[in-house]
Design a protein around this ligand. Structure first.
Ligand SMILES: [Cu+2]
Length: 118
């Protein structure tokens, strides 16, 4: 069902290509899981401080691909800590307060993404 709708949306986009039809213009569905892919490789991480819009209570999945195990901090209230292992780890997350929430790697001392929760 969801897939069929997505296909229809893609077709609609092609038809109105002249007016532009980006991902950003799609109305955000707060019940749809937001997937954020995070890659750790050779001591660095991607993304690197990027802002991601999410809704309060929206299910989020951090899909972590890593070449070594490590830890991710989510600076929400209260804070959350996640560990990931080598390979792919999927970390489910929801934020129940509006604001900007940093997702960090303390091993690398880097902000991975900033969740703009509204
Ligand atoms: Cu932290």
């Amino acid at each position: 069902m969801r897939r069929a709708l997505a296909t229809a949306a893609v077709l609609a986009c092609t038809l109105v290509a002249a007016t532009g039809c980006g991902e950003d213009e799609e109305p955000e569905d707060s019940t749809k899981t937001k997937t954020i892919e995070i890659t750790f490789a050779d001591g660095s991480v991607t993304p690197n401080g990027e802002r991601v819009d999410v809704k309060v209570g929206q299910p989020i999945e951090l899909v972590v691909k890593a070449d070594a195990e490590g830890e991710i901090h989510v600076h929400s209230t209260p804070e959350k800590e996640f560990t990931y292992s080598e390979g792919t780890t999927t970390l489910p997350l929801t934020i129940d307060k509006a604001g900007v929430v940093d997702v960090e790697s303390h091993n690398l001392e880097q902000v991975i993404v900033q969740l703009e929760v509204e």
